[in-house]
Ligand binder design. Structure first.
Ligand code: BMA
Length: 352
């Protein structure tokens, strides 16, 4: 080859390599709040003591020294149930119930005909029990159901609390005034998008005072058109920490990414901060490829008060379960830099 041409080719190659090296460093310009556990995924169907197709989207709670995950298990009919996995370090040596812990009961609860999915777990001190919100799925559409338990062995169903379509629900651990509060995500055709709502109840069964808490943005935004709560709200001295997912529709399919918000401690309908940018997104192969590509979907996180570390458990690509950790102090520092949405004086409708 002509030496000049060869020299040009070498120079072009070097330039390209330099550009690639620069681009591969770019993600580090963004602050990384949530750090993936190097041994991810932490649980897969291969770990299951009975036949399972996929295991993902687990609710999480801490019971004394034990971390309990209430894992969504999909069988080879495509129906889901929930099974408890327990671990002392919250990372390894999971003891998985040998049979489904919480199965659909379509005989008594027809709304569960196609299974139960995506549990969020809240300890409610004034009731002395765990309250589980989950998606009950059937031909009438997905809706929010509640069950309570003391031991994750026996459960008492409170039944459906929201009509379809509604998902991504969790209740707060304490009352505001004399009412419980729940976050959920109804979907209605003809609306400007699927937004995150808040509702109140005196008894966990009867819900009212419904209003939009966080609006899905529009257009090019990462959280345009469809958003939903991810794990149960986490109480911090500065407010309730929310992690929520935004669903971006792309020609290649949906992308599920996560953003943060902060709610007022005593008036949780007031949004104090909301991140403009997503803080966690599918990047690793186990998040990018699976039954549903490009999904990170946490339903549970646990704060270790002693170390200030948050353990976020998330379903990856609707196929397996993974773990990422964050320091609460860093998350709060980040939130303090996020925009302050318009002030809301009382629970009530604000139309975007
Ligand atoms: C949502 C929920 C989740 C699921 C996600 C991605 O609507 O159904 O259970 O992980 O879609 O498929």
């Amino acid at each position: 080859m002509n030496p000049v041409r060869l020299q040009n080719l070498v120079r072009l190659k070097e330039e390209q390599q330099n550009r690639m090296a620069h681009i591969s460093k770019l993600p580090h310009l963004h602050q990384t709040l949530f750090h993936r556990y190097a041994g991810n995924p932490i649980l897969t169907a291969a770990d299951w003591p009975y036949p399972a197709h996929t295991v993902f989207n687990a609710g999480a709670c801490q019971i004394g020294d034990t971390t309990l995950l209430l894992v969504r298990v999909e069988d080879r009919r495509g129906h889901s149930h929930l099974t408890a996995a327990r671990s002392l370090d919250g990372i390894t040596n999971w003891q998985i119930d040998s049979l489904p812990t919480f199965s659909a009961d379509p005989t008594n609860f027809a709304e569960e005909a196609w299974g139960v999915e995506d549990a969020r777990v809240t300890w409610v001190p004034d009731r002395g029990e765990w309250v589980i919100t989950y998606t009950a799925y059937s031909p009438i559409g997905p809706l929010v159901s509640l069950a309570v338990t003391h031991d994750f062995k026996t459960f008492n169903r409170l039944g459906p609390v929201m009509p379809p379509e509604d998902k991504d629900a969790a209740i707060f651990p304490r009352k505001f005034g004399d009412r419980y509060a729940m976050i959920h995500r109804p979907v209605s055709t003809g609306s400007s998008g699927a937004h995150i709502w808040m509702s109140f109840s005196p008894d966990l069964r009867h819900w009212g005072d419904h209003h939009v808490l966080l609006h899905a943005r529009r257009g090019a935004w990462w959280d345009a058109n469809r958003i939903g709560l991810s794990p149960t709200p986490l109480e911090t001295p500065e407010g309730w920490l929310l992690l929520y997912h935004g669903v971006r529709h792309t020609p290649g399919g949906c992308l599920y990414r996560l953003g943060l918000a902060l709610l007022d401690l005593e008036n949780p309908w007031r949004v104090l901060r909301r991140s403009d940018e997503w803080v966690f997104a599918p990047e690793m192969s186990y998040e990018r490829q699976g039954d549903v590509n490009g999904v990170v979907f946490p339903c549970g996180w646990i704060l270790d008060e002693a170390t200030g570390t948050i353990r976020m458990y998330y379903g990856a690509a609707d196929s397996c379960l993974a773990l990422a950790t964050a320091q609460l102090s860093e998350v709060m520092d980040y939130l303090r830099t996020c925009p302050v949405p318009p002030v809301r004086e009382r629970p009530g409708m604000m139309i975007p």
